[in-house]
Structure formats: structure tokens, C-alpha cells
Design a protein around this ligand. Structure first.
Ligand code: PXP
Length: 250
């Protein structure tokens, strides 16, 4: 099995900073600590409402991130223009609703096919890898491949919600609802590998529910944020990153 990489989503360092509108905690320092602790890259989501990450974060991080710099973004012309000028290593296209607490569902690739295909080409033409955040569904994987995107990011949220709602031994006594969601992830990854599109995964992953996702065929990159930043309050950011890297192994 080739190495699975971890990009740490540091949005919630900015959430804490924006709570007071000051200068700390500093996203640059956060990114440095994550990479020094072994993370393979940094992910941020520049939301249209700028609730956490700000434009200046996106620009300054470009200068210091050494691994993969992955920018999550909606199909918004304003954000697309910023992303083109910043040129992260990778963009991940996500759906965005103003009222949501976090990204709720995957992209509707079929409904937005023409626009997504256009944006994929524009970014690939300037050397930026393009990933599409989608539900673990066969049709979404197939349509993603047709857009010309380099990879998909499988939305693991439904599995994580089901797994987190069960307090018993996940591996030994897995409830049917958790197994169903996990199987959806495995099948979507299997199909993606079959048709030749890269496979990332993320959303809601934590130290308890992560291990089972690692068995998804062809999985290459994980994007994990909230659980790492939450855990860092108690053990520090470096230790929180290392705990997850230990589970990922390799
Ligand atoms: N991947 C995508 C596309 C996301 O939108 C998010 C949340 O910003 C994540 C991964 C990380 O999710 P979490 O913060 O729950 O680990």
C-alpha cells in the first residue's frame, strides 16, 4: 500500500482568532507546527462569508507551506480569482451554503457539470491539481472523472456521524448503519480506482473513526481539521498531529 498523506485543515485556528478579531492564534505558526510534526500539507477553506480564514491567510500561507497547500473553495467567481492569483498546489471544490455550520454535502457534479469542467480546465492549465468533494456515490465519481479533475475527495461525514453516535467498540460490534456508510466509502473508492481518478477523503474524521477509513482502496490523502484543532487544546498541536499520523502509519 502506498503512503497515505495527511493535510491538516487549520480553519479552526482562524475561528478562534476571529472570535476576538485579533492576531492570535496565528495560522502561520499553526501551519509550521503541523508540518514540523510530520503533516504532509495544509488545507484551508476560504469561505465566501470569511467566517474563519481571511484573504491574507491564503496569501501568506502560500509563502510558508512546504508540503501540499490545498485550498477548499466554492464555485464562486470572486474566490476563483483569488485562487488563481495565489496558485495553491491543489484546490478542492466544495459546495457552500451561508447558513451551514460546516460543509454539509458533496458537490452536485451533474447539476454543475459545465461550470465545474470549465474551472477544472482553468486550474489544470496553470498547474494546479483539482479535487472535487463528493458524496461516496458511483454516479458522482463517474461524473467527476468526466470533468477532467485529478481526484475526488470522498465526503466521510455520514460515516463519521454514524460512528460517533455509537459509543461501543466500533470494530467489534459495528452497527449496521455504520457498516452501510463505510461500505459506501469503500465502494466509491474502489470504483474511483477502477476508472483512474485519485482518491482523497475527509470530513469528521478523528482518532476513533479514522482507522476503518484507511482500508478504502487507493486512498491517497486525508484532510482532517476539527478533531485535530480540538484535541490540540489539551495536548498541544504537535502531539495532536502526531497522534493521527501514528494511526495513519506508513
Ligand atoms: N474536507 C473538506 C472538503 C471540508 O470542507 C472539510 C471541512 O472544512 C474537511 C475536509 C475537514 O473536516 P473536519 O474539520 O471535520 O476534519
Amino acid at each position: 500500500m502506498s503512503r497515505i498523506t495527511l493535510c491538516v485543515n487549520i480553519d479552526h485556528i482562524a475561528t478562534l482568532r476571529q472570535a476576538r478579531g485579533g492576531a492570535y492564534p496565528d495560522t502561520m505558526e499553526g501551519a509550521r507546527i503541523c508540518e514540523q510534526s510530520g503533516a504532509h500539507g495544509i488545507t484551508v477553506h476560504l469561505r465566501e462569508d470569511r467566517r474563519h480564514i481571511q484573504d491574507r491567510d491564503v496569501i501568506e500561507l502560500r509563502k510558508i507551506v512546504r508540503g501540499t497547500y490545498n485550498l477548499e473553495m466554492a464555485l464562486s467567481d470572486e474566490i476563483i480569482a483569488i485562487a488563481k492569483s495565489v496558485r495553491p498546489d491543489q484546490i478542492t471544490l466544495v459546495p457552500e451554503k451561508r447558513q451551514e455550520i460546516t460543509t454539509e454535502g458533496g458537490l452536485d457534479v451533474a447539476a454543475n457539470f459545465k461550470k465545474i469542467k470549465e474551472v477544472v480546465k482553468q486550474f489544470r492549465d496553470i498547474g494546479v491539481v483539482v479535487s472535487l468533494f463528493i458524496e461516496p456515490e458511483r454516479d458522482a465519481v463517474a461524473r467527476s472523472k468526466e470533468t477532467g479533475a485529478d481526484c475526488i475527495e470522498i465526503h466521510t461525514g455520514a460515516y463519521c456521524n454514524a460512528a460517533d453516535a455509537f459509543t461501543g467498540n466500533l470494530e467489534r460490534d459495528m452497527p449496521a448503519g455504520v457498516k452501510r456508510e463505510l461500505d459506501r466509502i469503500y465502494r466509491a473508492a474502489g470504483f474511483a480506482r477502477e476508472i483512474g481518478i485519485g482518491i482523497n477523503a475527509g470530513h469528521g474524521l478523528n482518532s476513533r473513526n479514522l482507522a476503518l477509513v484507511l482500508a478504502a482502496p487507493g486512498l491517497k490523502e486525508l484532510n482532517i481539521g476539527h478533531s485535530i484543532i480540538s484535541r490540540s487544546i489539551f495536548v498541544g498541536l504537535a502531539a495532536a498531529v502526531k497522534e493521527l499520523l501514528d494511526i495513519i502509519g506508513g
